[in-house]
Design a protein around this ligand. Sequence first.
Ligand SMILES: CC(C)(COP(=O)(O)OP(=O)(O)OC[C@H]1O[C@@H](n2cnc3c(N)ncnc32)[C@H](O)[C@@H]1OP(=O)(O)O)[C@@H](O)C(=O)NCCC(=O)NCCS
Length: 284
Amino acid sequence: MDWQIMFHINKISLDDLKFTVNLTNTMKWDLVEEDFEYMMKLEPNGCFITFDDEKRIGIATTISFDNLGWLGNVIVSENYRGRGVGSLLVRHALEYLVNKHVETIGLYAYIPKVPFYKKLGFEYDSEFIYLKGTAVSMPIKGCTREAVEEDLGKIIDLDRLCFGASRRKLLKPIFLDTENLCQIAIDDSKVLGFIIAKRYAGVAEVGPLVCQEECKDIAVELLKNILNQLKGYKVSMCIPKKETVILKKLVKWGLRESFPLARMFYGEYFGKNYIYMAESLEKN
Ligand SMILES: CC(C)(COP(=O)(O)OP(=O)(O)OC[C@H]1O[C@@H](n2cnc3c(N)ncnc32)[C@H](O)[C@@H]1OP(=O)(O)O)[C@@H](O)C(=O)NCCC(=O)NCCS
């Protein structure tokens, strides 16, 4: 039987948010209704839900930055898996992004899901490690400082050079939210790197971190500074496996490697030579 003709896809609406949170809770993704509202605000036509008749059965979200898109929150109710719903959602999301003239689409996949995304046209790019732990304070050298509003333009510019597209629509509200933290390292007027952390009640997501490739020490200082400010918070972050020096430091500071992830791309992606940590798994 062709299962897929039984299912239809809509944009996620506010009425769906209880379902989206309950569904993602089954994977312990720690998302709340406000997270989905935020995603819907960032990409109003790009957050999708699948139905079997009236029954909600799966979701996927996207975000587009010029010609670069990102796919996240792909999840199907357990008793509907293996019937093509996930593939249908991903294809629908791809079609939406391609229609918006997005040329390259990225995602972070659990390693066992790599074959699923490969079948849908994504290619493996590189491995990332998701780390968790409690932030502790450490001695710092003082070569970074808290970013101020006048730095925002430069931060967005450096991020664009590293990421490949401007993430202004994502980074500006995060930066302007006074709960969040941002440290910057500047030499003369050149930004060497920056780091952002989003804070919720006792929990913080660290990232993005972007740093000039030759400035490994600065990347370490940025991390130390932000962790100092987050002392006692439960923190998480997602860092390329190839950043072994930084990874070792993070483990030494008490964070533990939680699980690996594969960054994958649909379409061509030209890796940039920067030290980089993801913003979040859904939105990069
Ligand atoms: C990943 C996930 C979204 C896939 O959704 P799904 O609806 O099961 O996906 P599909 O049915 O399209 O494809 C799954 C498998 O069923 C097979 N399949 C597809 N259509 C089918 C059909 N009509 N009948 C039977 N099997 C089918 C696919 O070939 C695929 O096989 P594979 O496991 O060898 O790749 C789902 O497993 C899930 O929600 N997992 C938990 C959350 C998660 O891990 N999300 C991914 C984060 S990276």
